[in-house]
Design a protein around this ligand. Structure first.
Ligand SMILES: [Zn+2]
Ligand SMILES: [Zn+2]
Ligand SMILES: [Zn+2]
Length: 110
């Protein structure tokens, strides 16, 4: 089980801190779910929380491909606080063991 790097709701990506502020956490630590009863062993049911469009809150895992492969180096920023969440460098980029200059400005790299 990997902790998500970001959450998706309101048609955008958001960082963990902003998602927690918006939706809170279940007592098990999950964001995007509310606690709904359980037994003494800690097993419990979840109520799925939804965004302003009625869609379930989504989670992006470290191995999920959030980037567009055709678009060069990209950053994943939070739609709420605009903080940088992740950076993905294209093949050949200097930050990906390549020889080409990075497509991103220096200060945009995580
Ligand atoms: Zn839970
Ligand atoms: Zn944020
Ligand atoms: Zn790059």
């Amino acid at each position: 089980m990997y902790d998500p790097i970001a959450y998706t709701y309101d048609a955008d990506h958001h960082c963990e801190a902003c998602a927690e502020k918006r939706f809170g956490r279940c007592r098990c630590g999950d964001i995007g779910y509310a606690y709904r009863g359980g037994d003494s062993s800690g097993r419990h049911e979840h109520v799925e929380l939804t965004d302003s469009e009625g869609n379930a809150v989504g989670a992006v895992s470290p191995f999920d491909e959030w980037w567009e492969p055709s678009e060069g180096c990209q950053t994943l920023a939070c739609g709420t606080c605009h903080g940088l969440i992740e950076t993905q460098h294209r093949e050949g980029c200097e930050h990906n063991y390549g020889e080409d200059a990075c497509d991103l400005p220096e200060d945009a790299i995580a």
